[in-house]
Design a protein around this ligand. Structure first.
Ligand code: KG4
Ligand code: ZN
Length: 348
């Protein structure tokens, strides 16, 4: 089975082609047109601008995805078995561009359409190019992005239950806000991470301390807004903070990573899962990847760890194609009559 997938839930216009063999999902092309440069000057994503950019980019990005996969547009209806598209959660005006394009192509090419949840898509990033029969369930995925921070319990690749989530800011959002506060710009995750690395290379210790949110609670929820406020007060009180940006970045990253890892390990242990996985934009964070690996090896050595390929951490359509293929294999497609009859579709 071969599929074209479209992802436009935030500020990345993405399209990918993928196919499935007996036990493996293989990505034939993965194109992402990022809008980071455009939103950077505003310090965050401006929805109206994002939507306008998606309108500009969507067809060239799809054309490029088909071309890189060795497909021709005029033959796409013969060479593809379906179309997958992200239907939410995300920015409504951004989602609309991808969904309307996918619906139109499905009608023109007479192909089934597979609606994909964005968070499910992120979790599926770990199933790309792996022997699917080797993945052990139950599996716990920590999905941490700019818009969401969830602990998801999965008993199979298609279904998940949210067992923990952020009570306020998402982890990526916290990185973005902290970076903004430290004058590092958008997106904050990679910038904080780079500064933190610089500090760690030159220093052994720090005296700066930030509160460690929610760690005493027994549930699997997170909270990051208090941490951001604590950083703000520390920086305000410190007249020389501009000389210590790398140190603040280091402490902030360390505190966020510790909160994410502690809750993940606790849930993995309580729920006796066989695999732990990381997903979402924040899963690109090297400190988080290495800390989770080391803690898991130490505390739960019998549990497998899945870390997504870097290309599939931040928003992309390869993960949506993977979710789409798995849903299509399970017969979960949308028929065209239903799409035509239901103008609102299922945007979330
Ligand atoms: O998954 P994603 O592309 O979009 C959403 O679905 O939200 O995630 C983007 C988020 C941003 O908040 C960004 O700062 C964060 O992921 N991020 C990182 C890193 N790379 C991206 N956070 C920490 N460390 C990174 N290396
Ligand atoms: Zn995302």
């Amino acid at each position: 089975m071969k599929i074209l997938a479209i992802e436009t839930s935030c500020d990345e216009t993405a399209a990918a082609v993928a196919h499935s063999t007996a036990n493996r999902i293989i990505i034939d092309s993965n194109i992402v047109a990022s809008q980071i440069d455009i939103h950077q000057v505003f310090g965050g994503v401006v929805p109206e601008i994002a939507a306008r950019e998606h309108v500009k980019q969507i067809l060239p990005v799809i054309e490029q995805a088909l071309h890189s996969a060795g497909l021709k547009r005029l033959e796409a209806s013969h060479n593809l078995d379906g179309l997958a598209v992200t239907v939410g959660p995300g920015l409504m005006t951004s989602l609309l561009v991808g969904v309307e394009t996918a619906k139109t192509l499905a009608l023109a090419w007479n192909l089934p359409l597979i609606p994909v949840n964005h968070i499910a898509g992120h979790t599926n990033a770990n199933f790309i190019d792996r022997d699917l029969s080797s993945i052990k369930f139950p599996l716990l995925t920590l999905t941490a992005s700019g818009g969401h921070t969830n602990l998801l319990l999965m008993h199979d690749p298609l279904h998940y239950k949210i067992i923990g989530q952020t009570m306020d800011d998402a982890a990526g959002e916290a990185f973005d806000k902290a970076a903004n506060l430290l004058g590092l710009g958008y997106p904050g995750g990679p910038k904080i991470s780079m500064m933190a690395k610089k500090f760690a290379e030159q220093h052994q210790e720090t005296t700066i301390q930030l509160p460690r949110p929610m760690l005493k609670r027994t549930d699997y929820n997170f909270s990051f807004s208090g941490l951001k406020t604590a950083l703000l007060y520390k920086v305000r009180e410190d007249l020389t903070w501009q000389d210590h940006v790398a140190e603040y970045a280091y402490v902030f990253e360390k505190t966020v990573v510790e909160a994410l890892v502690r809750k993940t390990i606790k849930a993995a242990s309580d729920l006796k899962v066989k695999t732990v996985a990381l997903a979402g934009g924040v899963s690109a964070n090297e400190c988080l990847r290495s800390n989770l690996k080391a803690t898991l090896e130490q505390k739960l050595p019998q549990v497998d760890l899945l870390l997504p390929n870097m290309a599939y951490t931040t928003d992309n359509a390869a993960m949506i194609a993977t979710a789409g293929l798995l849903k299509m294999q399970a017969g979960l497609t949308q028929d065209l009559e239903q799409i035509i009859a239901q103008p609102n579709y299922s945007l979330k």
